[in-house]
Design a protein around this ligand. Structure first.
Ligand code: TXA
Ligand code: MG
Length: 325
């Protein structure tokens, strides 16, 4: 098992040195835990791919302490400036044209790089004095459910890494929204995420088209595969709420992953993501509940889609990928 480190000044200093010298460690962000390496060290980044069993065509996000200084790594423009002003630190990743200092392994050979400035207080304390950007994909085996707690990381990758910085449960619970801002006049969303698209449209004062259908988006957002974030148990997705009758008559081998607590009694196979159907709470609980249900040996998981608005878009995107065969 990996060692869980508390976010003391001493441990943060140690981890900074560890990463600088080529180590790989799991770090908390406000979205999900990341598997971190020095982005300027191709060998360390290769270890991240190996540990996750991640295909080399799936590029990594580079985490930075802020907008100031990112011109070392990429070309900036007016859209990137507006977006970072409005939403950094926070759950927004911006894709920009890369500069040669970023190794090809990080960007899977693309001429663009994804940059993000997380708001998690412990991550910020660590990165503020870092002389390098931190490459960090979610700290899960490729295509499994992303981790939102230190013990999730330990359960899947504990045998392969030495350290996990324990920053408590992630406050948002789904990954960052990714915007391709290379053309400032026509930004595109590559992945729905914890920052609702409406907020981004308001900041930029323009409409942003929905991402391309998942089958095509492989070329647009490499790594954005239709099957992802998936439990081992098959997931059946419902666009309508599960009826009270179906719940009451259900087989105990089927788990129900509901958006809110049922009104008329519960059973051990009913699981809910929120008491009241609150989207923030649903997003925060989604991955932890999926993991919990996945360990209970059900034959299948019946899950409800959220309203396709705000955070609901990211929640549904993850549920659709989790249910993809
Ligand atoms: O919230 C998050 O973004 C978390 C935390 C740890 O920061 N990270 C995360 O990383 O979700 P990951 O590796 O699980 O997802 C990164 C995705 C890639 O799969 C790819 O779709 C997209 O970001 N990406 C990265 N670089 C890109 C690029 N240059 N062009 C287009 N898409 C890119
Ligand atoms: Mg991931």
């Amino acid at each position: 098992m990996a060692r869980l480190l508390k976010p003391t000044d001493e441990n943060l200093r140690f981890l900074r040195e560890f990463l600088l010298s080529g180590g790989v460690a799991a770090l908390p962000t406000e979205t999900v835990y990341g598997l971190a390496a020095n982005a300027l060290n191709p060998k360390a980044c290769q270890r991240v791919f190996d540990i996750k069993n991640r295909p080399s065509i799936d590029p990594l996000i580079c985490h930075v302490p802020g907008f100031s200084g990112i011109e070392t790594y990429c070309d900036t423009n007016s859209a990137a400036e507006i977006l970072s002003d409005a939403f950094w630190p926070g759950p927004l990743t911006i894709v920009l044209k890369k500069k040669p200092i970023i190794p090809d392994i990080v960007t899977a050979g693309l001429d663009s790089v994804a940059v993000r400035c997380p708001s998690h207080p412990d991550f910020r304390r660590l990165i503020v004095d870092c002389p390098f950007p931190i490459a960090a994909p979610s700290a899960n085996p490729f295509s499994y459910i992303s981790p939102t707690r230190a013990d999730h990381v330990n359960a899947n990758l504990g045998e392969k890494i030495e350290y996990i910085l324990d920053g408590g449960p992630c406050s948002l619970g789904v990954e960052s929204t990714i915007i391709d801002a290379r053309d400032p006049g026509r930004p595109k969303v590559l992945r729905y995420g914890a920052l609702p698209l409406e907020d981004i449209e308001n900041a930029l004062d323009c409409r942003i088209d929905a991402p391309a259908p998942t089958s095509k988006s492989v070329q647009i957002a490499p790594g954005s595969l239709p099957k992802h974030y998936s439990p081992r148990t098959p997931v059946e997705l419902r666009t309508e709420p599960v009826s009270e009758k179906e719940l009451q008559e259900s087989d105990s081998k089927v788990a129900f992953l509901l958006l809110r607590k049922p009104n008329h009694g519960t059973a051990s196979n009913f699981h809910w993501l929120s008491e009241t159907g609150n989207l923030d709470e649903i997003a925060r609980q989604l991955y932890a509940k999926l993991r919990e249900v996945d360990t209970e040996e059900y034959e299948k998981i019946v899950a409800e889609e959220a309203q396709e608005l705000g955070l609901g878009q990211a929640i549904n995107d993850r549920l659709r990928r989790a249910s993809h065969l």
